[in-house]
Structure formats: C-alpha cells, structure tokens
Design a protein around this ligand. Structure first.
Ligand SMILES: [Zn+2]
Length: 135
C-alpha cells in the first residue's frame, strides 16, 4: 500500500513541476498516470481484502479436519496434509501419495512429512490418483 501512495505522491510532485513548464502533453500524461495509480490502489485494496478473507478461512479450523488415518484434510480437497505442520505453524505440508511398508510383519504403512519429518502410520496404502485405500 505504501508503495502505491508513495507513487501517487511522486506523481503529484512531477505534476507540479510539469505545471512550471506549461507543457500540456506532459501534464495530460501525468494526469493519466495518476488515474492509473488510483485504479491500481483500488485494486490493491480489493486484493488485500480477498487475501485476508482467504487467509482467515485457511487459518480457521472450519474447513480442516483429521481423517481416520491421522492425516490432516481439507473439505473439497483430495490432498493429505501433515497434522504436525498444521498444528504447529498452520502450514499445509503435502504428505506423500504412497506409504512405505517398513516391516513385513506389521501391516502398517509409513507416510513421512518432507517438511518436518512427522510420520503418519496408516493401515492403508493409497492409490496414486485416489485417496481411497488400496484393498
Ligand atoms: Zn510436517
């Protein structure tokens, strides 16, 4: 925001300089520049409002839940996220599509968060293009 208001201030200074030289073409261009800056400023305000709304949506828990396998999930989103990254930093770290079976004797798959190293142990592995467990 301050970058835009700084630019408007500079444009006003340039306009007052242009008046001294009584150059109509230059003055017209500066007026055009000020109009564009004003539009840019309005657009910037609108974008900031939208961003604040999206951010509060993401940060609130209303679209986020823990599934039965212990992954963090979002409504209308097939991706699995790390619960630790979310709980600690409100960060959505994507978990791997496939689990690793570490021990043949134990029927569990390990999913490791690449951001924090947190492990989710699940009895289900997952098909690459689906969140449905492979049977
Ligand atoms: Zn994590």
């Amino acid at each position: 925001m301050s970058l835009i208001s700084d630019s408007i201030t500079v444009a006003e200074k340039v306009q007052s300089i242009a008046k001294k030289y009584k150059d109509k073409e230059l003055n017209d261009e500066i007026i055009l520049l000020q109009q564009k800056l004003s539009l840019l400023s309005n657009e910037n305000i609108k974008l900031r409002e939208e961003m604040a709304e999206i951010r509060s949506d993401v940060l609130s828990n209303k679209n986020v839940y823990m599934d039965d396998n212990g992954f963090l999930r979002r409504k209308n989103d097939e991706t699995k996220y790390c619960p630790k990254c979310w709980n600690k930093d409100r960060r959505l770290s994507i978990m791997p599509n496939h689990g690793v079976k570490e021990f043949d004797s134990i029927n569990e798959y390990t999913f490791k968060c690449s951001a924090c190293g947190f492990m989710v142990y699940s009895k289900d592995n997952f098909d690459k293009n689906s969140t449905q467990p492979i049977s």
